[in-house]
Design a protein around this ligand. Structure first.
Ligand code: ADP
Ligand code: ZN
Ligand code: ZN
Length: 766
């Protein structure tokens, strides 16, 4: 019998910022052998001793004070659900992203990991599929989210609600509404646990013999791993290599080294459902010793993968953004493929960037971090130029193809020459060629540009959603047949708001001035498909955009069809620019390449440059050299010019000068505060008060006077889902100072009933 007591320090799983701190509880005698740091426990909290969930983050034998210390109630997990470094990470995230411990830890413990052993989940199914299909085609269902759910259930019969919500991007409330309308019903059912992918593993393939540049890169990365581990530090490498230069091979062979040393490896890809080839390649090297994590896993699958990692059955993890939190015990190497991608930044709370988390974990695990890209972000390239990371280059494409030939088509000139179509003469010629020679083409349009909006030619207004401040996009009727059918003369037109999902009929008159001079303007993927069908009779097209890709495996199906040459042209948004290898594609057309430039965002040029280069990289990946036609109005812009010349350095030199002059990242940091609420005046008053409080705090704490604040103003997206949005921007030299400033000011105030969004170095400033 020992007299020693044991205490545990915990943080709450759910807490407001006010209660978000460490608390100490006594560990009862009988639980001492079971408890560990990382355990999920239940503790009595507050005056009423309400029982709440908490994580044990440390154990100690000394009581924190002489006061009575409450004992914890029970331990809810049979083994720790967190690793030590995850706890340390949560502490850092809390400081950096102004979130609670619980919010940070939720990133590291998928909800299903908590419901240990629970195989039964809630499913949704259509009450009457025939009736649902009829109500869908009658136009009675007028919300994009509702349409997606019903279409998906028509395809799959029944789906776990969790999965349905994530695949259709709808909330639980939407499912509830559909239930009330008598369209869907719920039941509890068991989910299958086997991982479908493991059943048909590709044959194991040997490594390629590396070329010189690849070999240098792999050697340097392996050296970095050794140095980081020996010196208890970390190292960052930037692997800069054009598309098709063999970066993936470098990742795989470096990973093999780390695994051989018994270390864990995380490979992050921007969006895993868009990169099936990458996953297939990894599996063909490492068999089923890989855990694949992505957003379309069912809860049971995610649970199973997480457990395999926690039990150390797998050391290699591949996944999208959230996989950076994978509970590996000892990490040797972290790789971010396409490190410049926006999908690495979380747009929900906590608004972390996977690249920053990767740096934190590399630092804690003494590992190497490899950022790979054909068009590195300006921030990452700057780090390599200023000695904070090691630049590794793969200057040549593998194989004989060489770079594609690039043409900029000046659409103003085309118009002067009498071309009123959306395709420039050079693109028309190129498409005729592929039709004759039985090759394939890809056509990109900008999703973020104003494609397919409806404009009044009398008053110049666009038709906007009446609950959001954004232009609505027009689409042919969303019935279940995919693809444009030129024989159906009257395609019914609808307008969709891509923020709230509302669908309305195309108005006959301008809602603002009543003029009937109203029509669609710009192009969407559907219009491109229609124009192609008219201009090139017999051409077979496929289209990939938000509307055609709601289902679970829709992406993969479309890509497979295209790879099997069931279509001649693939039309799509940025989505199709990533990671696919289609050897038969010899022509790439980029429509309205300059549309991104007009965005009120300091990264507009960078994004335009990246998109064009990436899209161009899709042409001629096999033996045949490709041809790229870039259509633009603003042809003199440096981003367009540099992209056409495939000249990253030229672009970087201009861009970095601009960033330096403006003190934008990497020369400074930005904080964004958005306040939103249903009452415009209330939001404005509240943000005015906040602004004055911030100025006062700054005056009282002169260290922070170097941070500058903008006066409160309407956000560019001034209204979303009926809520008015106002914002304040902060500019300063150091991210940490901005985070601290925001924590003391906006973080300390109660904004209810308004919602507040805080973002440090936002990806989108809208
Ligand atoms: P990236 O990731 O830079 O786009 P990949 O790694 O996909 O480039 O390589 C492009 C193509 O070249 C792939 O089909 C790949 O299998 C092949 N490849 C890569 N490295 C080698 C090599 N050392 N020898 C032969 N083929 C290679
Ligand atoms: Zn809307
Ligand atoms: Zn009008």
């Amino acid at each position: 019998m020992t007299d020693d007591k044991l205490y545990c320090r915990v943080v709450l799983k759910e807490a407001t910022r006010q209660f978000d701190q460490e608390y100490t509880y006594a560990v009862p005698e009988e639980l001492r052998s079971e408890i560990a740091t990382g355990s999920l426990v239940e503790v009595p909290f507050g005056r009423g001793n309400r029982q709440v969930d908490a994580y044990c983050i440390a154990l100690q034998s000394q009581p924190p004070s002489d006061f009575y210390i409450k004992p914890l109630v029970k331990i809810k997990s049979d083994r720790p659900v967190l690793t030590d470094d995850q706890i340390e990470l949560a502490v850092k995230m809390r400081e950096r992203y102004l979130c609670t411990y619980g919010a940070a830890l939720r990133c590291m413990t998928p909800s299903t990991v908590m419901s240990v052993g629970d195989r039964m989940v809630r499913f949704a199914a259509l009450v009457d599929p025939t009736e649902a299909a009829a109500r869908l085609s009658s136009g009675e269902i007028d919300r994009l989210g509702h349409v997606r759910v019903i279409q998906m259930l028509l395809d799959y019969e029944s789906i776990p609600t969790y999965e349905l919500q994530s695949a259709c991007q709808v909330s639980a409330a939407v499912l509830k509404t559909l239930e009330k309308k008598g369209l869907i019903s719920f039941f509890r059912g068991e989910v299958r646990r086997e991982l479908e992918d493991d059943l048909n593993l590709p044959a194991i393939q040997p490594d390629f013999k590396l070329n010189d540049a690849q070999e240098t890169a792999v050697n340097r990365i392996c050296e970095s791993m050794i140095q980081a581990s020996e010196q208890f530090s970390w190292q960052e490498c930037l692997l800069y290599g054009i598309t098709g230069s063999g970066k993936t091979e470098v990742y795989l062979q470096s990973a093999r080294q780390a695994l051989a040393d018994g270390k864990g490896v995380i490979i992050l890809v921007p969006e895993i459902s868009l990169t099936p080839q990458m996953v297939a390649r990894i599996k063909s090297r490492f068999g089923n010793k890989v855990a694949v994590l992505h957003s379309r896993l069912t809860p049971a699958e995610r649970y199973e993968q997480w457990q395999r990692i926690l039990r150390e059955e797998v050391l290699l993890v591949v996944g999208a953004r959230s996989a950076i939190f994978a509970p590996l015990k000892s990490i040797g190497l972290i790789i971010l493929d396409e490190e410049q991608e926006g999908s690495y930044k979380s747009e929900t709370h906590p608004r972390y960037h996977a690249r920053d988390i990767a740096r934190m974990r590399a630092y804690m695990h003494h590992s190497a971090l490899v950022l790979g890209s054909a068009t590195p972000s300006v921030e990452s390239y700057y780090r390599s130029q200023s000695g904070r990371s090691i630049l590794l280059g793969l200057p040549e494409r593998i194989g004989s193809a060489g770079l594609p030939r690039t043409i900029i088509a000046d659409m103003r000139q085309e118009l002067r020459d009498g071309n009123r179509t959306i395709f420039s003469y050079p693109l028309q010629q190129a498409l005729r060629n592929i039709q004759e020679q039985k090759q394939q083409a890809m056509i990109f349009i900008n999703r973020r540009g104003h494609s397919g909006f409806v404009l009044c030619r009398s008053c110049g207004q666009t038709v906007k959603c009446n609950t959001c401040s954004v232009s609505m996009t027009n689409h042919a009727s969303l019935d279940r047949s995919s693809g444009y059918d030129p024989r159906r003369s009257e395609q019914q037109e609808q307008l969709i708001c891509h923020y709230c999902g509302k669908i309305t009929r195309m108005p006959k008159k301008c809602p603002v001035c009543g003029s009937s001079q109203i029509g669609r303007f710009g192009v969407g993927t559907q219009q491109v498909e229609e124009h192609l069908a008219r201009a090139f009779p017999g051409i077979r097209t496929l289209r990939m955009d938000q509307d055609t890709t709601a289902g679970r495996s829709a992406h993969a199906q479309i890509l497979k069809k295209f790879a099997d040459h069931e279509a001649d042209i693939l039309i799509g948004t940025q989505m199709i620019a990533k990671g696919h290898d289609f050897p038969n594609v010899t022509v790439v057309g980029i429509l309205a390449a300059d549309q991104l430039l007009g965005m009120s965002d300091f990264r507009a040029s960078e994004r335009a440059f990246q998109l064009i280069v990436q899209a161009a990289g899709r042409a001629g990946r096999a033996s045949e050299a490709g041809q790229v036609i870039i259509q633009a109005y603003n042809t003199d812009d440096y981003a367009i010019q540099a992209a056409a010349a495939q000249d990253y350095e030229a672009f970087y030199k201009q861009e970095i000068a601009f960033r330096k002059m403006m003190k934008y990242p990497p020369f400074g940091s930005i904080g964004l505060i958005v306040l939103a609420g249903a009452n415009d005046n209330e939001v404005r008053d509240r943000i005015d008060r906040l602004y004055r409080a911030m100025l006062k705090w700054q005056n009282d704490n002169p260290d922070f006077l170097r941070i500058s604040l903008t006066e409160p103003g309407r956000a560019p997206l001034s209204r979303i889902r009926g809520r008015y949005r106002w914002r304040i921007l902060l500019y300063g030299e150091h991210q940490a100072a901005i985070a601290e400033f925001m924590a003391h000011t906006v973080g300390a105030e109660d904004m209810a009933p308004l919602t507040v969004t805080i973002d440090v170095d936002p990806w989108q400033m809208l």
